[in-house]
Design a protein around this ligand. Structure first.
Ligand code: PLP
Length: 277
């Protein structure tokens, strides 16, 4: 079952107009929200970010917080999976003609849920590989926009090279991953790129920051470079669906001799506790 514009229907019965600006231009925004043991995780934070994305592209939020909560709770309850990933997309809606500028339209709201199968700690402890690329995306990466061509190309390249993620740099500074935020550990300090137009302000990113502080790490939201990473004690990526993954091989070179720093384990455990709160 999926949700489309007020109705809970079978996915193969869900359809939208070819004039939908989401289809024509990728003119819309989205969110991905985890559900753990049937409970929506950090709903308010995700809905606040959704509001920012909508405001940034001048779409009026079609629902209140309570309306979102009741729709999402109902949809997730229709799934038998206890852990899920909710995908919400709001596009500007369907126009009568194809034109770049827009009038006020009725937004299209689509939501689906899929089972979320998180990797176990022992799977994560094997470490993951990543490659670096120049960040060719636009300068509003803070908007969670459905127009994701650059991210799609990075994801395909990652698949072709059999690596977990592409780590992006702009003006020699690491911004984020193609679908994640990036953290560098050095001398008991965890660095991550500051929020702003260059990165998506990850909900997991905030939780990693809090978990790191609880693990007695210093946290600095300041840029770091590709050169810095080569000397790092740890390199992690974070996202709602992947949680916190240690990268042990970057561009075929080991990070910290391929050894996962114990701080990762502490932060990972703390994060798991947050999921049970
Ligand atoms: N940065 C990008 C480009 C992303 O696509 C994502 C998630 O998909 C993130 C960061 C992490 O965001 P969150 O932790 O809210 O899932």
């Amino acid at each position: 079952m999926v949700y489309l514009n007020g109705n809970f229907i079978a996915k193969n019965k869900a359809s939208i107009s070819v004039m939908d600006r989401g289809f024509l231009f990728g003119d819309g925004v989205y969110e991905v929200i985890p559900v753990y043991q049937g409970k929506i995780f950090r709903l308010t934070e995700h809905l606040d970010r959704l509001q920012n994305s909508l405001d940034s592209i001048q779409i009026t939020n079609p629902y209140s917080h309570d309306e979102w909560q009741s729709i999402l709770t109902k949809l997730s309850g229709l799934s038998s999976a206890l852990d899920q990933s909710l995908y919400l997309q709001i596009t500007r809606g369907a126009d009568t003609q194809r034109k770049h500028n827009f009038d006020t339209l009725t937004p299209t709201v689509y939501i689906e849920t899929s089972p979320l199968i998180a990797k176990t700690k022992s799977q994560l402890e094997n470490g993951f590989s990543a490659m670096t690329r120049e960040d060719i995306r636009w300068h509003r990466c803070d908007i969670k926009a459905t127009s994701l061509l650059a991210n799609i190309l990075y994801a395909q390249e990652a698949k072709q090279h059999q690596v977990e993620e592409m780590i992006l740099s702009r003006n020699h500074q690491i911004t984020e991953g193609a679908t994640s935020n990036v953290f560098m550990l050095k001398d008991n300090t965890l660095f991550t790129h500051p929020t702003g137009p260059n990165i998506l302000s990850g909900i997991t990113r905030d939780l990693v920051i809090n978990s790191a502080k609880a693990c007695k790490l210093n946290v600095q939201e300041t840029p770091f470079s590709l050169d810095d990473i080569q000397q790092a004690d740890g390199l992690w990526i974070s996202s709602s669906t992947r949680e916190i993954m240690p990268i042990t091989l970057l561009d075929d070179q080991p990070i910290n001799q391929g050894v996962i720093h114990p701080a990762w384990s502490c932060v990972f455990d703390y994060y798991q506790q947050l999921k049970n709160d």
